[in-house]
Design a protein. Structure first.
Lengths: 195, 154
């Protein structure tokens, strides 16, 4: 966030958020052009329902642990009428909402893009890509969400799962906790790589 | 291979890119998984997934990671759609491709073995007298022609 400066009349200027700090979920399709639009809309809607049922409003700060580095982002999203939550399965709100948030965070912090969704038996939800010195790298990305409570045990559980993924350069997990809110992006041990 | 590409579509052949197919398969897998979670009939959904994975596999060489993932996906989704003959034909084509990694061939054969074991547990008598391909042919014939057709066919 930019520091507020005094204007010529002595009044403090309003604070503006810089683009690098803000994650706008409504731009998920711009971040990941291969993500199907209908799917992205539903995922973002479920993310908003998951955040709002934990009494959060757009503009909240989300704490991120990006491979052990602590960061924070301001999260904004198009608000959804809470009444329509009854049309959605409770767990799907958590899981799909977490996917929307984690995909946005992965793009913002690691410059990854979605290649495709993978079947469950591939041990990861998404195949992601990024370029490192002109060389294309593939990442198996397993995602999960926790509505209430700590995300630590879920991160460990998912690290064990994604470690079995094959044919990729790296294996990562992304777990989002809606209560705080918080998120972790973590690579499987031995595969740590800073892009 | 039987019925794997029943209709030629010039528009698709000209404009369908791997990126487009990746987008389509992502949506198809997501829908099939959501239906699975709701306990609804997912056979046609997995059939769609299998056909899209097969199209991706046609466009990506087997030595590339995404090519391997698509080939595994095509076979796995065909098995989830309970189309054993299609799965068998796909495996036969993929393991005879030049440069097919040995690990991929092993995995594809294992998928078929696991599915055959499942069939043997579910239909022990039928599987005692038929191999999985014959068994699936009989099932397909029964579904298409009904019991009378099966009797005539026999």
């Amino acid at each position: 966030m930019k520091k507020s400066k005094s204007s010529s009349n002595g009044q403090p200027k309003p604070q503006f958020l810089t683009g690098s700090e803000v994650i706008d979920l409504s731009r998920l399709c711009d971040m990941h052009p291969r993500l199907p639009v209908d799917m992205a809309v539903l995922m973002v809607m479920r993310a908003s329902l998951g955040l709002q049922r934990n009494k959060h409003t757009p503009g909240i700060t989300i704490q991120l642990t990006n491979n052990r580095a602590a960061l924070s982002h301001v999260l904004i999203w198009p608000q959804t009428d809470d009444k329509i939550a009854v049309q959605h399965d409770y767990n799907r709100i958590t899981e799909d909402g977490a996917e929307a948030i984690a995909l946005a965070m992965a793009h913002k912090n690691r410059v990854w893009r979605v290649v495709r969704r993978m079947q469950r038996e591939e041990h990861a939800d998404w195949l992601m890509e990024y370029t490192d010195n002109g060389v294309r790298k593939l990442v198996a990305f397993e995602l999960s969400g926790v509505d209430k409570g700590s995300i630590v045990s879920r991160v460990n559980e998912k690290l064990g799962q994604v470690a079995e993924s094959v044919y990729v350069n790296y294996r990562w997990v992304g777990v989002v906790g809606f209560e705080k809110p918080e998120a972790t992006l973590q690579s499987v041990e031995g595969q740590i790589h800073d892009s | 291979m039987r019925n794997l590409r029943p209709h030629s579509n010039p528009w698709r052949d000209k404009f369908m890119t791997v990126d487009t197919l990746h987008t389509l398969v992502s949506g198809a897998i997501w829908r099939a998984e959501q239906l699975d979670d709701l306990g609804l009939d997912t056979l046609s959904a997995w059939c769609d997934v299998s056909r899209l994975e097969e199209e991706i596999a046609k466009n990506l060489p087997v030595k590339e990671a995404e090519g391997c993932i698509a080939r595994r996906g095509a076979v796995r989704a065909a098995l989830k759609a309970q189309d054993y003959i299609r799965a068998h034909d796909l495996v036969k084509g993929y393991i005879t491709e030049p440069n097919a990694p040995a690990s991929l061939c092993t995995e594809l054969n294992n998928m078929m073995k696991v599915d055959t074991n499942g069939l043997a547990e579910e239909f022990p008598f039928a599987m005692k007298h038929h191999n999985p391909n014959e068994f699936q042919t009989e099932v397909n014939w029964f579904q298409e022609a009904g019991p009378f057709g099966l009797a005539v066919g026999v």
